[in-house]
Design a protein around this ligand. Structure first.
Ligand SMILES: NC(=O)c1ccc[n+]([C@@H]2O[C@H](COP(=O)([O-])OP(=O)(O)OC[C@H]3O[C@@H](n4cnc5c(N)ncnc54)[C@H](OP(=O)(O)O)[C@@H]3O)[C@@H](O)[C@H]2O)c1
Length: 253
């Protein structure tokens, strides 16, 4: 596995993955839309193994990339430039943020399949999307630690999946193979394995605003491989799968 990870998007998730990767001994190259200068503070915090760059430089630096942009931005990413790359797809669709995207509201396709369809020459691996950015950092544990949590992983490419499972292992997580990208709806927003169990909330998705203070401060809990498998098996598609607030009514096509 390359010891360089490229991160596209430097917000809540991108910056936390950068912190975890640096702690695990990786070099990190990261970009956002505002340019490398805007990342000076983050790079100073991360230290000498981190570098801010522009998109093209991040892509050229490594074959292992983390997509950490708002879901709606996926269709603006260059399929040609990302050809052949392993892409960790952390993207979740939130209509409140992304706008209503009819292609998602079909009940027939997982968001990661849409990403793979657009980035057709890349090796998309669904992972890290079901863990919130607070617990993603605080719950990471070394291999063998009895407090180690697990994350679901899906891909249409077995080798790429293996690489990402190794990456997760390095940054502090076990992995549970949930199959191909067509199975990856099981870890999408509102599904039982999505955010709440790690946060320590009821695993049943509830509508209404969340408790922001609890979200930012809760230490969360261990969600091990067995529990992840069990939660994945309990997933049932329903017609309000999308949205942080859970009360965003959208007509299904
Ligand atoms: N936050 C979470 O707890 C969490 C958990 C799991 C998954 N996710 C998913 O992870 C993704 C990122 O979420 P986030 O919370 O980190 O969002 P965020 O804090 O808003 O950060 C988004 C980042 O993407 C950058 N960006 C947008 N379009 C880009 C492009 N075309 N090229 C390069 N960079 C681009 C933005 O650049 P600028 O900074 O220059 O605007 C920003 O740095 C989302 O799809 C989200 O659903 C989030």
């Amino acid at each position: 596995m390359s010891k360089i990870v490229g991160i596209i998007g430097s917000g809540m998730i991108g910056s936390q993955v950068a912190r975890l990767a640096i702690s695990a001994g990786f070099n990190v190259v990261i970009c956002n839309t505002r340019g490398p200068e805007s990342l000076a503070d983050l790079v100073a915090e991360l230290g000498s193994k981190a570098e801010a760059a522009v998109f093209d430089e991040v892509v050229q630096a490594t074959n292992l990339l983390v997509l950490a942009v708002p879901f709606a931005a996926y269709s603006n990413l260059s399929a040609e430039k990302l050809a052949g790359k392993i892409l960790i797809d952390t993207l979740n669709y939130y209509p409140e943020r992304d706008g209503v995207m009819a292609e998602v509201h079909t009940d027939k396709i997982a968001t990661s399949e849409l990403v793979q369809n657009h980035l057709s020459k890349s090796l998309v691996v669904r992972a890290i999307n079901n863990m919130d950015f607070v617990r993603l950092l605080s719950r990471a544990r070394p291999a063998g630690d009895k407090e180690r949590s697990a994350l679901p992983v899906a891909s249409n490419d077995a080798e790429a999946k293996k690489v990402v499972i190794e990456f997760l292992d390095a940054i502090g997580y076990d992995a549970v193979d949930m199959g191909s990208l067509s199975d990856s709806w099981r870890s999408e927003p509102t599904m039982p394995v999505y955010v709440n169990p790690y946060w320590g909330q009821d695993t049943v998705y509830e509508s209404g605003p969340r408790d922001v203070q609890s979200f930012m401060t809760a230490s969360g809990r261990v969600v091990d491989k067995n529990e992840v498998s069990e939660l994945l098996s309990k997933a049932v598609r329903h017609d309000k799968m999308f949205g942080l607030l859970g009360n965003f009514a959208v007509e299904k096509s």
